[in-house]
Design a protein around this ligand. Sequence first.
Ligand code: HEM
Length: 483
Amino acid sequence: YVNWDVKSLLLFTAVFILTADYIKNRRPGSFPPGPRAFPIVGNLFTKIDHSKSERYGDVYSLRMGQTWIVVLNRFDVLKEALVDQGDVLADRPNLPLLQDISQGLGVIFSNGKIWKQQRRFALSTLKHFGFGKKSLKPVILEEFSYCAKEFKSHKGKPFDPHLILNNAVSNIICSLVFGHRFEYGDEKFMELMSWFGKGLELEASIWAQLYNSFPLLMRRLPGPHQTVQHIWNSVKDFIRVEVKEHKHNWDPSDNRDYIDCYLSEIQMNKGQADDTFDEENLVVCVFDLFLAGSETTSTTLRWAFLYMVKYPEIQAKVQAEIDKVVGTSRQPSMEDRADLPYTDAVIHEIQRMSNIVPLSLPHVTTRDIRLGGYTIPKGVTIIPNLTSVLFDKNEWETPDAFNPGHFLNPEGKFVKRAAFIPFSAGKRVCLGENLARMELFLFFTSLMQHFTFSMPAGVKPVMDFRFGITLSPLPYEVCLTSR
Ligand code: HEM
């Protein structure tokens, strides 16, 4: 009798939860269509791929746990949303795991006044160090020489280039923000790199998805998602120590790096009503530059290695162009780019095919918005599907094949393509786009100038990917022979 009672109670509770879930989570009227959502979890385990837009159209919806999202596909739709109606989509939604650590500060996950001021400052400071008097160009080329030394130490034998590339690219961010680089074997640096590696891995795991979908529940449960907070706090503490040291020997008349510039900005804005510049914001901004600027560029370079070993004839053509224009006795410079159209096209094609941030970062509607004939209410998460643009058969002649010709005219001159949007578009377009392009160009041309890439004997390159925080190649080994 008791057992029957417990059973009915459980049955009643289950029916109640499912009915409440169904009523609460019905697709709103005039909302874009999409696949049927499961109770409670919704479409949490549904893949965002080509088949959905073929079935439901360029604007479709999914429910992630209790949150509705709308996925935008194809160039015209993304342009209409992110550029033409960019004001309505300038905000980020609340992603609990990352909000917990950024606390609404910094650039990537902030909104409103904080985002506007921090982004404007970051853009002008990156411009200053990227292209102004204190250009990062020599820093990038110097970092390349350390990286090349590591590569040479393998004497043409197979090795995994992942760690060396990560160190090199992170060191460029270190030079930008801290004003100095670290030796690759430096204990502090290795610790910082390993925190980032672990943190990013956990951020991309199913635990993070569950945390973002059910924050109230997950905050109380043990699991790897609890470790993420600990890891990111360690990174922030690391940055705090650097800020403290900068304050000690800071000379406002000589801003050496990003932190110095920010300290000057704090001084300048003191007493102003709208001021959002303070040390906590500085720490999160620096954290953001590492988060967004290291893994992205190093993953692209890892794809570049793979494409070059897969297409040795393209590699040889790039090398021949570099030999002719730059030669072997000097380092390449940004001014060479215009004379290296084939190399430039290959770099663009590597970025298109590797598609490392396939779903960009999420945005949220700040007002009701009309898109693709549907009304999307305020507060809905928007996912710009960059893959749908970078592989659109209406935009690219051979979308699924590696073809540098996508960026060349019949005379062999470089041509820009509007649908090339690996950095997204609109108000939230990648803040580090120019820096990333400079790093990729200088690193790639220097690599091609100094090395020939090949797979270990008997091994074929595997172009499969792993979907983490970026879409990255599976671990592989490569041989670099000095030229
Ligand atoms: C945002 C791509 C390198 C800093 C983004 C976004 C994409 C992206 C797709 C999201 C844009 C949106 O929300 O619509 C890339 C790629 C890179 C790269 C493919 C390299 C190949 C960098 C670098 C930095 C950087 C080197 C800085 C040092 C940022 C920041 C944001 C961002 C701060 C957030 C902007 C905001 O919310 O206003 N990036 N990125 N990125 N990126 Fe990059």
